[in-house]
Design a protein around this ligand. Structure first.
Ligand code: COA
Length: 354
C-alpha cells in the first residue's frame, strides 16, 4: 500500500526578535498579560521591504529540499498555505516557484487559504495526490508575514500581540514502508466566519452585514460599477485589520482539537495512548495544555514553541514539527499527531508514523 511520508523538513524564522516588553513601547499592554493569557514571550518579525511571505517560505523550502536529498528541480507540485500572501493575486505558490528558480512548467502550484489549519489541509491534499500516484515530490509550505498587516496600536492589541512571522516546509514522497501519513481528517463550519476574519478588502461591499448584524458603515458607494475595495472611511476607522472574538474562538478550539485528533486515531485503529508526540497548532499555550489534559499526555509528549515565535498560523505546525525533529523529539517509528483549529472555522488533524 502506497502512503505519503515526510522525506525532508525545514523552517525559517526571521532574525528580528520582538519581546513582549518591546510591544509595550507601542501599545498599552504588558509582558504579564501576554504571558498569562497566551504563553507568548517573544515573536519574530520579518525585515520590512526585504522579506516577504514568499521569501520566508523559500528559505524553509530549500532546507526541506536539501534534507530530503533531492534537487529543487525534482519538485513536481507546490502547495502553499498562507493568510498573508505577497499579493492579493497571483497566489504565493507561483511566486515561490519563481523564487526557488524552478523553471519547469510541468509542475503545478496550488494556494491554500485555510489560515491556522492551512498546513493540515495542505498536507492532506499532498497525501491524496501522492497516494493516487499523481505526484512524487510535493513541496508543502506554510509561511506567514503577519507583521505587515496588524494594528500595533492599543486598539489592535487583542490580536497583534499573538501573531508572529515565520515559515515551515516539508517534502512529501511516496513510500511502500509501514510508515508515513496514516490518516488525515478535515472539517469546516462557515456559520461563524466573521468571528475570526480579515474582511477588507473584499467583494462584500457591506453585504456581509446581513450575517453579522453589525452596523459598520464602510463608506462604500451605494451603487454603480467598479466600486472600490478600500474606502477612505475604512482607513480612517481602522477597518483594515483582522478581527477576532478571542473567547469564542478559544471555547470552540478546545472542543474541536481533541475531537479531530480522536477521529484520526480511530481511523488508524489506534488510541490516544499510542501517541508519542502531539504537535498542536501554536495558537495559545492554554489551548495546548487543555488538549494535553484531555488526551492524558505527559509534558514531554506535547511540543510547544509558541513562547518563542507566537502564533505563526499556517507556519506554526511545520515550524514546531521541524524544531521537535531537530531536537530529537521525533524518532523513527514514533506516532506523531498534528492538529489545528482556526478561522473559517476550519480544523483538522493528521496522524503520522515517522
Ligand atoms: N494587553 C493588555 N490587555 C489586553 C490585551 C493586551 N494585548 N488584549 C486585550 N486586553 C484586555 C481587553 O481589552 C480586556 O479588557 P477589559 O476587561 O477592560 O475590557 C481584557 O484584556 C480581557 O480581554 P479578553 O479578550 O476577554 O481576554 P481573553 O482572556 O479572552 O484573552 C485571547 C484574549 C485572545 C488571548 C484569548 O481569548 C485567546 O487566546 N483566544 C483564542 C485565540 C486564538 O487562538 N486565535 C488564533 C486562531 S486559533
Amino acid at each position: 500500500m502506497v502512503r505519503s511520508k515526510i522525506a525532508g523538513i525545514g523552517k525559517y524564522l526571521p532574525c528580528n526578535v520582538f519581546t513582549n516588553n518591546d510591544l509595550t513601547k507601542v501599545m498599552d499592554t504588558s509582558d504579564e498579560w501576554i504571558r498569562e493569557r497566551t504563553g507568548i514571550e517573544e515573536r519574530r518579525y520579518a525585515t520590512k521591504h526585504k522579506e516577504t511571505t514568499t521569501t520566508l517560505g523559500a528559505k524553509a523550502s530549500l532546507q526541506a529540499i536539501e534534507r530530503a536529498g533531492i534537487a529543487k528541480e525534482d519538485v513536481d507540485f507546490i502547495i502553499f498555505a498562507t493568510l498573508s500572501p505577497d499579493y492579493y493575486f497571483p497566489g504565493s505558490g507561483v511566486l515561490l516557484q519563481r523564487e526557488l528558480g524552478i523553471t519547469s512548467t510541468s509542475i503545478g502550484a496550488l494556494d491554500i487559504r485555510n489560515q491556522c489549519s492551512g498546513f493540515i489541509y495542505a498536507l492532506s491534499v499532498a497525501d491524496q495526490f501522492i497516494k493516487s500516484g499523481m505526484y512524487k515530490n510535493v513541496l508543502v509550505v506554510g509561511a506567514e508575514m503577519h507583521s505587515m498587516g496588524l494594528d500595533f496600536s492599543t486598539k489592535g492589541r487583542g490580536v497583534s500581540v499573538i501573531f508572529g512571522d515565520g515559515a515551515g516546509a516539508v517534502i512529501m514522497q511516496p513510500t511502500n514502508e509501514d510508515k508515513g501519513v496514516l490518516s488525515t481528517k478535515l472539517h469546516s463550519d462557515g456559520t461563524y466566519a466573521e468571528k475570526l476574519a480579515f474582511i477588507n478588502p473584499g467583494s462584500h461591499g457591506g453585504y456581509h452585514k446581513k450575517y453579522t448584524n453589525d452596523d459598520i458603515d464602510y463608506g462604500f458607494p451605494k451603487d454603480g460599477l467598479g466600486e472600490i475595495f478600500i474606502t477612505p472611511k475604512m482607513l480612517e476607522d481602522d477597518l483594515v485589520y483582522p478581527q477576532m472574538e478571542g473567547q469564542f474562538v478559544f471555547k470552540l478550539a478546545v472542543q474541536k482539537f481533541p475531537e479531530v485528533i480522536q477521529e484520526t486515531l480511530e481511523d488508524a485503529n489506534l488510541t490516544k495512548g499510542d501517541i508519542d508526540l502531539l504537535v498542536p497548532h501554536q495558537a495559545n499555550l492554554r489551548i495546548a495544555s487543555f488538549v494535553q489534559k484531555k488526551l492524558g499526555l505527559e509534558d514531554h509528549q506535547v511540543f510547544n514553541n509558541i513562547q518563542k515565535y507566537g502564533n505563526t498560523t499556517a507556519a506554526s505546525i511545520p515550524i514546531a514539527l521541524c524544531e521537535a525533529w531537530e531536537q530529537g523529539h521525533v524518532k523513527e517509528g514514533n506516532l506523531v499527531s498534528l492538529a489545528a483549529f482556526g478561522s473559517g472555522f476550519t480544523w483538522g488533524a493528521a496522524l503520522i508514523r515517522w
